[in-house]
Design a protein around this ligand. Sequence first.
Ligand SMILES: [Zn+2]
Length: 451
Amino acid sequence: MAHPSPLAPPADPVDTLLAHVAARRDELVALTQALVRIPTVNPPGNAYEACARLLGERLAARGFAVEYVRAHGAPGDRDAHPRVNVVARLQAPGGLAGGDCVHFNGHIDVVEAGAGWTQDPFGGARVGGRIYGRGSCDMKGGLAAAVIAAEALAASGLRWRGAVEISGTVDEESGGYAGVGYLAERGYFSRPRVQHVIIPEPLGVDRICVGHRGVWWGEVATRGRIAHGSMPFLGDSAIAHMAAFLHRVESELQPRLAQRRTAEPVEPPGARVSTLNVNSVHGGQPEQAFATDAQGRPAGELPAPVVADRCRAVIDRRFIAEETLAEVKAEIVAMLDELRRKRAGFDYELRDIMSFLPTATPRDAPVVLATARAIARVLGREPRLIASPGTYDQKHIVRTGRLDQCIAYGPGILELAHQPDEYVEVDDLLHAAQVMAAAAWELTGSAAGAG
Ligand SMILES: [Zn+2]
């Protein structure tokens, strides 16, 4: 036991940091509200620039070097809806730049409000301990928490090392190609610029997401032969062929996938198996509404009587870490080839649309361990490691940025995302900001350099 000292012991730097975050509670609420009030709905990609500038101007005023990166030429970018990302970087002052860079990345886009709200979806109202609005949970609250965490570190007076970056990026909800994907191609998510990435998606304040299942989108097309619809026996229906394929998907493939379990801690547990969703089916004549008037008589165009000579289906296959992309595709090809052998007239084409492999950050990665320690310190309980059923921007950081030191960690309840009356708890925001600040302190190397 130490001898009692007449002098007060020096404050623990992490306690100092957590107090600086706690003192910013009202600012954290106000920033979350300000972000929610900018209706960055995607599609089409509204008001991205206004949201990027709100973040950029705030951080520039606090000493961050701020860049606006418009994704010229990327999918979705056009003058009416420019894809403007913001990246802000703060280097530790006083020649203490020897540490690592921690990057907090949040997407600024939100999905449409939809029906069923009792609150204004873009009002950002605070009701009791909650802030309501589209994006409050997914993920403007998390982005605000990261901003406050970084600002608290910068203003704490502590001698910290390395660098902290914040980015607000576009289009996560539609694949992230003009956002993190675009920045990753330009080195923003690679060494030596950055060593650790935290994405404040709303996964719960005591959970660390280490990765996601893989995804493959493919398009299956069947062919037929056109004929008069009153004599379908003279043609060959592409829709009937597609129905035969989809029947086998439902009766054979999906039950088989449901048996294929992963060892990864995917949440919710229902997603700990392989899955396939038929995203869309289009066959025959182009889709249109064939209207009738009040008397039930045709109003406007009528369908022409033909047998469908083409049909296509988009399949959304989510696969587990224990499967390979080649196996996933081969399984579909085998089913289609068998139909071609056994079913008269059946032929198909298969086209890749998009794929991403499963990712899993090493459990002993510094970004996992530091965040876990920070959660234990702030919340007084052990964190849970989880994985995500769907992909998010981590896929670009891993594949293009070649950086596997990446997690998702942030406030909010994932089940509220994309729902009416989406909200985030103010207490969760504050705790997440404290966790992020404490994790950044350790990951930048400041903890090792303190004293
Ligand atoms: Zn999100």
